[in-house]
Write a protein that binds this ligand. Structure first.
Ligand code: CMP
Length: 142
């Protein structure tokens, strides 16, 4: 089925100037960018987005990293988009990510791992709504 998923290019990858290279990976995988914005997250936004992790030991480091610079946030649409995006991102820990994946190629550590992608249909819907109003999403008409 055609799905939508929420993707974030994190501050490490924005700083490395590889937004375009990562967008190219999405496009080559058949994922369409149907919404996008660059943001420098506030602490409140980062804490809200990652609220599910707030009891985890890495929560503070995660929030501080995510507000350390601008991020690029996008909605990707396509057949099986959630799993497809996870496949091209590679494992959360870049040291375990398959060769040729975004994290293997652009990330150095589990803390600074270049990209985020929704992990399932419910989180995708929630995460998309966190950043985008319905009228900010632009499905293809041709
Ligand atoms: P992300 O998919 O954005 O979701 C939460 C992030 O926390 C994750 O990517 C990692 O960058 C970061 N993180 C740091 N340590 C861990 C850990 N031990 N397990 C999972 N995520 C971690």
């Amino acid at each position: 089925a055609v799905e939508r998923t929420l993707s974030i290019i994190k501050p490490d990858a924005v700083a490395k100037n590889v937004i375009g290279e990562i967008y190219s990976r999405f496009e080559k995988a058949g994922l369409r960018i149907v919404a996008a914005k660059m943001l420098h997250l506030t602490r409140e936004q980062a804490e809200g987005f990652y609220a599910v992790h707030k009891e985890r030991p890495f929560f503070n480091d995660l929030v501080n990293f995510m507000i350390s610079g601008p991020v690029m946030v996008q909605v990707l649409e396509g057949e099986n988009a959630i799993a497809k995006n996870r496949e091209i991102m590679g494992a959360t820990n870049p040291k375990e990510a398959a060769p040729g994946t975004i994290r293997a190629d652009f990330a150095v550590s589990i803390d600074e791992n270049a990209v985020h992608g929704s992990d399932g249909p419910d989180t995708a819907a929630q995460e998309i709504a966190f950043f985008f109003k319905e009228n900010e999403i632009c499905p293809r008409t041709r």
